[in-house]
Design a protein around this ligand. Structure first.
Ligand code: FMN
Length: 193
């Protein structure tokens, strides 16, 4: 299990004034509290932004960041009933780095809580030999519910979200460990040799 508990938290928005930072801050703090080490993969990071125009050097940097990670949590808004194009571009920029990694999804949006983006991503990650967890976390209207640091303002809602994240993290640990053990025992080759 070379990767240990180090996972990526992949941000889904590069929009100026994005709400993504709040939801991601909450997600990162929760995952760390549940024993994960986190590398935040931000498509707006100047080192990674050129991935959006298929820049080879930026894609190499992204690959190097992702290669040692044991799984990922995607924090995504819903744009027109799917994931934002920026996120899809980042996902499409690499291949083997996704293979056999567990992927958890935290979504947000209007009344849908971003769930249509989540379901869209299930299809995408299926094609990338990744394992999308059954459990998801979803926030509707987080702009009304979270402060700028990602604290959930209503105490009952904060507890409900923390409880959901406890289960999510427990199951993510299982998938991280199980898939790391499987890769060690038998390196994954998508075609027969
Ligand atoms: C291009 C665009 C499309 C959107 N489409 C949806 C949508 O289909 N469903 C939804 O619930 N919210 C939609 N929204 C509202 C977003 O959920 C909201 O703006 C959210 O803050 C976006 O995340 P961000 O601020 O991190 O970029 C859309 C927003 C934009 C900019």
């Amino acid at each position: 299990m070379a990767e240990g508990n180090r996972i990526g938290v992949v941000l889904g928005s590069i929009r100026k004034g994005r709400i993504n930072d709040r939801v991601a801050a909450w997600t990162v703090a929760q995952l760390q509290a549940h024993g994960f080490e986190v590398d935040v993969i931000d498509p707006a990071d100047p080192d990674l932004l050129p991935v959006q125009i298929n820049d080879d050097a930026a894609i190499s940097r992204l690959r190097a960041r992702m290669e040692p990670l044991a799984g990922h949590v995607i924090v995504t808004p819903e744009y027109n009933h799917a994931e934002p194009g920026w996120l899809k571009t980042l996902i499409d920029a690499v291949t083997a780095e996704w293979w056999t990694r567990p992927v958890g999804i935290v979504s947000y949006g209007g009344v849908s809580g971003g769930l249509r983006a989540t379901e869209s991503l299930r299809v995408v990650f299926g094609e990338l030999h990744a394992v999308v967890m059954r459990d998801t976390i979803s926030f509707y209207s987080p702009w009304r519910k979270m402060d700028e640091q990602g604290n959930i303002l209503d105490p009952d809602e904060a507890i409900a979200a923390q409880t959901a994240m406890e289960v999510f993290s427990h199951r993510l640990h299982w998938w991280v460990d199980a898939l790391a053990e499987a890769r060690l025992a038998r390196p994954y080759t998508p075609v027969a040799r």
